[in-house]
Write a protein that binds this ligand. Structure first.
Ligand SMILES: *Cc1c(COP(=O)(O)O)cnc(C)c1O
Length: 323
């Protein structure tokens, strides 16, 4: 069954005490360039450094007390893992995050510091996922997937509600797109509250899984390659239950940006606004700077996360070519 707008409202009621309301501000230089107001939703200032906390908190608060008490688990090494660890601790339960031995020590430490237990298994994401299934079967843990889950999508949708309350007259919203949990929830909010507002997904050219699946009209396997937008890597799942259909039905367009544009957008956020954002969060800015998207009216860009390796960031902003 499809997800209804009331589920987003319910998710907001369950989670708002645990979440920050993130700032929304105008980018004078992007507005001047495009001839229309361009607003930045600074969701990278959310607790844990990304919007993923909205979905994790929504999913955990939707569990009954008994299920929640047994603990939750996931195989994410990135923002979802952090968010789940934080949410579990805030709600007084435990999180187990499974990762392969190839995950770098700093990423393990970040999740561990949030109070989750780390299980290192095998040498691939598939091995980590197999361990998740084992925890579910043997210990009664509840798996919370990163995007294809109705309570996760409803939680991400609270970002869309918050945005439209603050900026009701938007012509378009640009949303970083990977598995599609964020854009599914945001698009449901936008199409309910302001049906004429366009919702545009933005992915990197390198391994744009959802874009390729939508083009094919069905699930296709997409090879994962290295990209500055590392939080946008990975497929949509062969048994996708929600996000493929929601993107097909609610999203107006998907645009792709290259690595040079992502780097330029990270530099832009830093030099024009003093903001540190990760590659995944930079893709909407990149779409404007590279003229892959042309505003026709007031436009909002979602800055989704800030968890970039700081040495990578330093190297990017130190490059002399500030195009
Ligand atoms: C997960 C993530 C996304 C993409 O969200 P999906 O729901 O997978 O489409 C975008 N930006 C950041 C920073 C993320 O962590």
């Amino acid at each position: 069954m499809g997800i209804a707008f009331v589920e987003l409202l319910a998710a907001r009621a369950r989670t708002s005490a645990h979440l920050r309301r993130t700032p929304l501000f105008e980018s004078p230089s992007l507005s001047a360039r495009s001839g229309h107001p361009v607003l930045l939703k600074a969701e990278h200032h959310q607790t844990t450094g990304s919007f993923k906390l909205r979905g994790a908190m929504s999913a955990l608060t939707a569990l009954d007390e008994k299920a929640r008490g047994r603990g939750v688990c996931a195989a994410s090494t990135g923002n979802h893992g952090r968010a789940l660890a934080h949410a579990a601790r805030a709600l007084g339960t435990r999180a187990a995050i499974c990762m392969s031995a190839l995950v770098p020590a700093n990423k393990r430490a970040a999740v561990k510091a949030l109070g989750a237990s780390i299980r290192i298994v095998g040498n691939s994401q598939d091995d980590a996922q197999a361990e998740v299934k084992k925890l579910v079967a043997e210990k009664g843990f509840c798996e919370i997937p990163p995007f294809d889950h109705r309570d996760v999508i409803a939680g991400q949708g609270t970002l869309g509600i918050e945005l439209l309350e603050e900026a009701p007259e938007l012509e378009a919203v640009l949303v970083p797109l990977s598995g599609g949990g964020l854009i599914a929830g945001v698009a449901l909010a936008v199409k309910t509250m302001s049906p004429a507002t366009r919702v545009i997904g933005v992915s990197m050219e390198r391994g744009a899984a959802m874009a390729l699946c939508q083009k094919a009209g069905r699930y296709v396997a997409v090879e994962e390659v290295e990209t500055l937008a590392d939080s946008l890597g990975g497929g949509i799942g062969a048994n996708n239950a929600h996000t493929f259909a929601m993107v097909r039905d609610l999203v107006d367009d998907i645009v792709l940006v290259d690595e040079a544009a992502i780097a330029q957008a990270i530099r832009f956020a830093y030099f024009a606004h003093g903001e540190v954002i990760e590659g995944a969060a930079a893709v909407p800015v990149a779409a404007l700077l590279a003229e892959k998207f042309t505003p026709r009216g007031p436009t909002a860009l979602l800055l989704t996360g800030k968890n970039i390796d700081m040495r990578t960031h330093l190297a990017l902003v130190s490059e002399t070519a500030h195009a």
